[in-house]
Write a protein that binds this ligand. Structure first.
Ligand code: MN
Length: 237
């Protein structure tokens, strides 16, 4: 049986109509890796999450808008503008329940940041204005190819996936991890010191987060599908 994986999504009001949206590249990547993707809306009834989690083999926190800085006890700076109370509330509750159950978890971009905050970490709200001498981390025109390189540390899931110490990745984020959450370790950094990936320190728990977008890179480079097949494989156990 193929594993069933829940994907988080964004709720957004456009011209007076509320929509649920998720880039199809996330859905396609999970399907291509051999699992069944199920898109989860931002529910109001948080008490129903346990029932949903019973039916899932893994949870995928997708990319998107900024997370409210109130969740890590900071006031928003002027560069933090796109926040969604509904999505923050849904994802944080979902993460906590799934983490407690030991469900395999993947986080991409905002997803990595949500994992970190849910485990007590904090973020740089805006890399260009808060991190001195930082490099470019936000390319917009073409995110199918590499934009900057990362150093991948050995003895990590990410190294096990790529078997490379240096990897060119895309980058479309203006925020990044500042203080690391509890029981997390860093699996990669860019040369300006920005944290580009995290995973669980606990051996019995599969939790992987990356700041780059393998779901977009896979369109040009098949190696990036391995991030998803590795995760799907963990969800099959
Ligand atoms: Mn980056």
């Amino acid at each position: 049986m193929k594993p069933v994986i829940g994907l988080t999504s964004q709720s957004e009001e456009i011209k007076g109509t509320k929509l649920n949206k998720l880039k199809y590249t996330y859905i396609d990547a999970i399907e291509a890796a051999g699992a069944i993707p199920i898109v989860l809306p931002n529910l109001k009834n948080i008490e129903d999450l346990d029932q949903i989690l019973k039916r899932l083999d893994g949870l995928f926190f997708t990319g998107g808008e900024d997370i409210s800085p109130l969740l890590y006890d900071e006031e928003a700076i002027k560069f933090t503008t796109e926040i969604s109370y509904e999505r923050d509330r849904m994802e944080m509750s979902l993460f906590k329940a799934a983490y407690k159950k030991g469900l395999p978890i993947l986080g991409i971009c905002r997803g990595l940041q949500m994992i970190n905050i849910s485990l007590g970490g904090t973020l740089y709200q805006d890399i260009p204005s808060q991190v001195e001498d930082s490099h470019g981390h936000f390319s917009t025109y073409d995110i199918k190819g590499g934009y900057h390189r990362i150093d991948i540390f050995e003895d990590t899931f990410l190294f096990d996936i790529f078997k490379e110490k240096k990897l060119a990745v895309n980058s479309q984020h203006h925020q990044s991890i500042k203080d690391l959450g509890v029981d997390l370790k860093i699996n990669s950094r860019s040369s300006d010191g920005i944290i580009e990936g995290i995973e669980s320190k606990l051996n019995n728990h599969f939790l992987l987060g990356v700041q780059f977008h393998p779901e977009a890179m896979v369109l040009r480079d098949e190696r990036f599908l391995k991030v998803f097949s590795y995760f799907v494989n963990r969800c099959s156990k």
